[in-house]
Design a protein around this ligand. Structure first.
Ligand code: NAP
Ligand code: MG
Length: 470
């Protein structure tokens, strides 16, 4: 396929209207590995038109038929799992084991969950003399980031399809090859033409055109809080639906008496996995003052075992960050942490790798709640360890940022942990390392976002209600 011919609109691969392209760079080798079209407002308009034309037909299909198509999409993703994982490793640097198990594995589970939900969800309810219908919102504009490229696409496209919506996807400029592969999987699932459309392009051009398009009924965005605020404002002005999944600064609260070694080990892994490029990563570890020194020592040792290196090597658990821009940004935060008086336990802003956008796994101790590294999303392999005096102090620190996406509580007593978690201003909390659940609603309190993804809550984002009184 020629670079220009990489759009998928109205059920066929087609060239972009313009000639601009986006060059894709492997962050481990710094080599160019591909080129895709940089779509413009005209391409977005073509795609929205195709999605609009397909909407009445798709909305009218029986949920059982939509379920069959989403199950076919799941099967296509499973069939291409190795290629999807290798493409994500090449595009954004996730270590190959993590790319297979999480980056490719989780979206397959999520697609399966929406195939099941499409078949079983109650799209009609009754109350008194009324029949209440849950109807698809319409044309969805999905704008996704590069950190979990496939998961973010599936977590928007699968529920939209289950609801009976049609979709135009604008993926991140750093990971368009994964998006093209995803579009091939959709093609193999044999959806009607125009139900799913892909426009690759730059955020301020194609993304902006999609978010502001008058014929898009719902914008579902995942990415930075800065862009999310703008998209929310534009959607509000046009009275259209919006779902926003934004940043996080999640607290890992280790209560006295918890299994400290386990809490620290899992907490460090939460930040080092995917090079810290996880919106819900537990980037603030909160430890009681009596256990503080022990926790810092354990965390330093755990982090030092994440030796940065070639992500295609199965032995390596820490790859590069996605781009030179992100590497500079993360190193900037590390330097700010040092300037503001935090203590580097391991790591730092220097990197040992001559090639590739690597950042050393970095642990900061003596971090106080007001410091920049305790407040802002760094999106790199950097963890801040804060000290608390008692439970109220821990809660105040945990809730003391503009974000509220994820979090963790560790305690010997599960009911104590649950009680603490109920007081945290955050959308999800993992108790004593509770496992990821693809049906659990995912989304943020406060500036971490609006709306929920996954499971029935995720599906309902793509539905609107109509009541008939009989
Ligand atoms: P971003 O710019 O917000 O990117 C997210 C998506 O929005 C991308 O597809 C992007 O396109 C698009 N976009 C950018 N500007 C837009 C606009 N004006 N209108 C519509 N769409 C637009 O995030 P980023 O620059 O990749 O990363 C910056 C920071 O955001 C990170 O350091 C991290 O803190 C945070 N982030 C959070 C998440 C999360 O899961 N919550 C994910 C990624 C990043 P382009 O790819 O062309 O920019
Ligand atoms: Mg950007």
């Amino acid at each position: 396929m020629k670079a220009r011919d990489g759009m998928y609109i109205g059920g066929r691969w087609c060239p972009a209207r313009g000639t601009d392209t986006i060059v894709v760079v492997n962050p481990a080798t710094e080599q160019v590995i591909g080129e895709v079209p940089a779509g413009t407002a005209e391409d977005v308009d073509d795609a929205v038109r195709a999605a609009r034309a397909a909407f009445p037909g798709w909305a009218a299909t029986r949920p059982a038929e939509r379920s069959v198509r989403i199950a076919a999409l799941r099967d296509a993703l499973a069939e291409h799992k190795d290629e999807l994982a290798a493409t994500m490793t090449a595009e954004m640097g996730a270590p190959i084991g993590f790319a297979r198990n999480v980056q490719a594995g989780v979206p397959i589970r999520v697609a399966a969950s929406f195939a099941e939900l499409a078949a079983t969800y109650a799209f009609e309810e009754r109350t008194g003399n009324s029949r209440v219908f849950l109807e698809p919102v319409g044309v969805v504009g999905a704008i996704t980031p590069w950190n979990y490229p496939l998961h973010m696409m599936v977590a928007k496209v699968a529920p939209a399809l289950a609801a009976g919506c049609t979709v135009v996807l604008k993926p991140a400029e750093n990971t368009p090859l994964t998006a093209q592969l995803f579009a091939r999987c959709v093609e193999e699932a044999a959806l009607p033409d125009g139900v799913f459309n892909l426009v690759t392009g730059l955020g301020p051009v194609a993304g902006e055109a999609l978010a502001t398009h008058q014929d898009v009924d719902l914008v579902s965005f995942t990415g930075s809080t800065a862009v999310g605020k703008r998209i929310g404002a534009v959607a509000g002005g046009a009275v259209k639906r919006v779902a926003l999944e934004l940043g996080g600064k999640s607290a890992n609260v280790i209560l006295p008496g918890a299994d400290l070694a386990a809490a620290v080990k899992v907490g460090v892994a939460s930040v080092m996995n995917n090079s810290g490029q996880t919106c819900y990563a537990w980037t603030r570890m909160l430890v009681h003052t009596d256990q503080y020194d022990e926790a810092v020592e354990l965390a330093g040792k755990a982090a030092a075992r994440y030796v940065p290196g070639d992500p295609t090597d199965r032995e390596n658990r820490l790859g590069p960050v996605v781009s030179a821009k992100q590497q500079a940004r993360v190193r900037g935060y590390i330097n700010t942490g040092i300037e503001e008086g935090a203590r580097v336990v391991v790591g730092g802003a220097e990197t040992s790798q001559p090639t590739g956008y690597y950042v050393e796994p970095t642990v900061f101790a003596d971090v106080t709640p007001g410091m920049t590294i305790a407040q802002e999303e760094i999106f790199g392999p950097v963890i801040s360890i804060l000290r608390y005096q008692d439970e109220e102090d821990a809660l105040r620190i945990a809730n003391g940022t503009v974000y509220g996406l994820g979090g963790a509580v560790w305690s010997r007593d599960e009911s104590e942990a649950v009680a603490f978690a109920r007081r945290m201003d955050t959308g999800q909390v993992d108790i004593n390392g509770g496992a990821f659940n693809p049906l659990a609603p995912f989304g943020g309190y406060k500036q971490s976002g609006v709306g929920r993804e996954l499971g029935t809550h995720g599906l309902s984002e793509y539905l609107q209600t109509k009541s008939l009184q009989l």
